[in-house]
Design a protein around this ligand. Structure first.
Ligand code: AMP
Length: 199
């Protein structure tokens, strides 16, 4: 939605790694089990992915989805951005309750090709689970499982939560109530981006 609305490239290490697995690359195969268990992948692997992506696509603004997720990743990102003579404008924190997370992942359908996300409850896709943007197949993610969720939440609570303080101290943390519907959340995200993008 961000790329369509603002023309800003978005990347997500999770999406890259799922694609690498589909392609059968060594990186995809090495990390597949970690994704399936819900464990975070090693920081150096993720930072390398982001650094390569930034060199290719990051020249005119960028949004990371699901990165950084640990303090060492955030510190590495700061160094990389300093080297590129740029910095982060905002760290958008989607605050969601565990109940919302549980409900969302039990019904999430995702396009394997472009990452478009919807829900099994959306009548529009009930008979034809095909992405409206790229015609890819809409599928359930194999790690969207309530057992795996326990590990993902533990990783989040121990390793990702401290980033709120890290970006709070830099005065770029912007918290949004993510428990609301997609349009309300996107409107808030859009306001933050509009605030930062030169007219
Ligand atoms: P996501 O698509 O963001 O839900 O991520 C799916 C999985 O990819 C996570 O459960 C991790 O195994 C891995 N992953 C994604 N982003 C990161 C990250 N920043 N650091 C470490 N592992 C990650």
């Amino acid at each position: 939605m961000i790329t369509r609305q603002f023309g800003i490239p978005v990347t997500s290490p999770g999406a890259i790694l799922r694609r690498e697995k589909d392609l059968g690359t060594p990186l995809g195969l090495e990390t597949a089990e970690m994704l399936q268990r819900g464990d975070l992948v090693q920081d150096n692997t993720i930072v390398k992915l982001i650094e390569d992506w930034l060199h290719l696509h990051g020249g005119y603004g960028f949004v990371f989805d699901g990165f950084p997720r640990t303090l060492p990743q955030a510190e590495s990102l700061a160094l990389i951005l300093t080297g590129l003579k740029t910095s982060l404008d905002a760290a958008i924190w989607l605050d969601v309750s565990e109940e919302t997370v549980r409900a969302r992942i039990s019904g999430r359908l995702q396009c394997r090709t472009c990452g478009f996300t919807t829900s099994v409850d959306s009548a529009q896709f009930a008979n034809r689970p095909i992405c409206p943007y790229c015609e890819g197949r809409l599928e359930r993610r194999s790690d969207d499982d309530l057992g795996v969720l326990q590990t993902r939440l533990r990783e989040y609570n121990t390793k990702t939560q401290p980033l709120a303080e890290f970006y709070g101290k830099m005065s770029i943390l912007r918290k949004i109530d993510g428990n609301r519907d997609r349009d309300a959340v996107f409107a808030d995200i859009s306001r933050i981006i509009e605030d930062k993008v030169p007219a």
